[in-house]
Write a protein that binds this ligand. Structure first.
Ligand SMILES: Cc1cc2nc3c(=O)[nH]c(=O)nc-3n(C[C@H](O)[C@H](O)[C@H](O)COP(=O)(O)OP(=O)(O)OC[C@H]3O[C@@H](n4cnc5c(N)ncnc54)[C@H](O)[C@@H]3O)c2cc1C
Length: 420
């Protein structure tokens, strides 16, 4: 669909047209829905970072009638629990390209959105204890350097020299990208949402997508918890950890599962907190970075899928043990608080973007597997291009197509803080 075509009334599924394909007429339909129906060019399901970014880029590229449905509050899902990490150290070309494109947006965010994303350039340090981990880091260094990104491979001695607070005895080495860092998920979310609203997107909080209606091999409407039927040719699934449920409403099997990750914060370390980059321990799937004079510490990630978002004592113990092991000064710290959120995990730890061949108009933007915040600008951009221009122009996202799993064509990303 071109931007112009998107807004032409004859391209939109009008109630009159739909009646032709129905066994019941408009009156019955409107009675069934309490008379409430409307039309949209695109309905986005989910008001996390992926939904608001998509909304913004759709509107920026000319879509005029876009509705975003968020069943709770914007950012109440995984986005609100996110650690804000932004990195270029990814081992696959597609993830690297997502990072590079997204970083351009983060760098110009304040100018474009009028909101400071609070980007802190603290660097990212991956550390490894096994030869295979170092091989991944070496491969990654070769790839990201070709793209012009500064990345160093470091020996344990060099790591210790630069950051004496780190225990390095069990390490084989590490890799460091000084330009990486973290930003504020809420600030970025509000920037996108504000930009989208300014360009006319209707963002409706407290309204859930309850059902998706199909007409043959097309999407035709979304029904909401407010007894509203929204006729639309295009639905974007931006439901994060709930993506498989939303895909199920359209009769699709989407391999995205929710996995709880706990996160804890130490109390300030009273002038003792060493200056450290974001440290990711590949051996344990653990990470930490400075936060308000203390530290943000990763807790464990569950092995079993669930929608449980509670923290527990074992999680706190796990985080503290990993912290004291890698940063011994942590012995003097105490955990002040914590929370848990849900990763939206795909089988190969890469996003799933695009439509399934068997259903037109249902666009997935899911499965970011722990890096959806940092890739949200590029994700929103390519989803908007798919919808308005018929194909993604900014990046070749064919490795992320939804049908790759049944084709057995996976793109594995080992460079994560996830433990399988
Ligand atoms: C502890 C933790 C730390 C993380 N750290 C990082 C990090 O450092 N860097 C990084 O890049 N990523 C990180 N992530 C991952 C990142 O948070 C996610 O990839 C990203 O937020 C996903 O955004 P989303 O919009 O897809 O999902 P969400 O933010 O979960 O948004 C989905 C929204 O859809 C809504 N919804 C669901 N079903 C419906 C429905 N039927 N109708 C209407 N609305 C619906 C939900 O209420 C929710 O608000 C972390 C995740 C966790 C849990």
């Amino acid at each position: 669909m071109t931007p112009d075509a998107c807004c032409r009334p004859e391209e939109i599924y009008a109630i009159e047209d739909l009646e032709k394909n129905r066994s019941y007429g408009r009156k019955a339909l409107e009675q069934e829905m309490g008379g409430l129906s409307e039309k949209a060019d695109v309905v986005i399901i989910g008001g996390g970072i992926i939904g608001v970014s998509t909304a913004y880029y759709l509107a920026k590229k000319g879509a005029r009638n876009v509705i975003l449905l968020e069943r709770s509050m914007l950012g109440s899902g995984a986005t609100g629990k996110c650690a804000g990490g932004i990195r270029t150290q990814f081992s696959t070309e597609i993830n690297l390209q997502f990072s590079i494109l997204s970083r351009r947006v983060f760098d110009g965010f304040k100018d474009e959105f009028g909101v400071d994303p609070e980007f802190r350039t603290i660097g990212y340090l991956f550390v490894g204890c096994a030869r295979e981990q170092m091989e991944v880091l070496e491969h990654t260094a070769n790839m990201v350097r070709l793209a012009g990104v500064e990345m160093e491979l470091l020996s344990p001695d060099e790591i210790s020299r630069r950051w004496p607070a780190l225990m390095v005895e069990d390490l084989i080495g590490g890799s460091y990208t000084p330009g990486d860092g973290y930003a504020g998920p809420n600030e970025v979310l509000q920037g996108f949402a504000r930009g989208a609203r300014r360009l006319g997107v209707k963002i409706r909080e407290g309204e859930e997508a309850a059902a998706i209606r199909l007409a043959g091999d097309r999407v035709e409407a979304v029904e909401t918890s407010a007894a509203q039927r929204i006729w639309t040719p295009t639905v974007v699934n931006a439901a994060g950890p709930y993506a498989a449920r939303v895909a199920g409403m359209a009769g699709l099997e989407l391999p995205v599962r929710p996995l709880r990750r706990q996160v804890f914060f130490t109390a300030p370390l009273e002038g003792l907190a060493p200056r450290l980059p974001m440290v990711i321990d590949l051996e344990y799937g653990w990470y930490a970075r400075g936060e308000g004079g203390g530290f943000l510490l990763a807790g464990p990630q569950d092995r079993e899928s669930s929608f449980n978002e509670g923290t527990d004592f074992e999680g706190k113990e796990w985080a503290a043990a990993r912290a004291v092991h890698r940063i011994p000064i942590m012995e003097q710290g105490s955990i002040a608080r914590g929370w848990a959120g849900l990763y939206e995990i795909s089988p190969d730890h890469h996003a799933i973007i695009g439509a399934f061949p068997e259903l037109k108009g249902f666009i997935c933007a899911n499965g970011f597997s722990g890096h959806g915040f940092q890739h949200s600008p590029a994700a929103g951009m390519v989803v908007a291009e798919i919808i308005l221009e018929g194909r993604p122009r900014s990046l070749d996202i064919s490795p992320l197509r939804p049908e790759r799993f049944r084709q057995g064509d996976l793109v594995r990303e080992p460079l994560t803080a996830l433990k399988d």
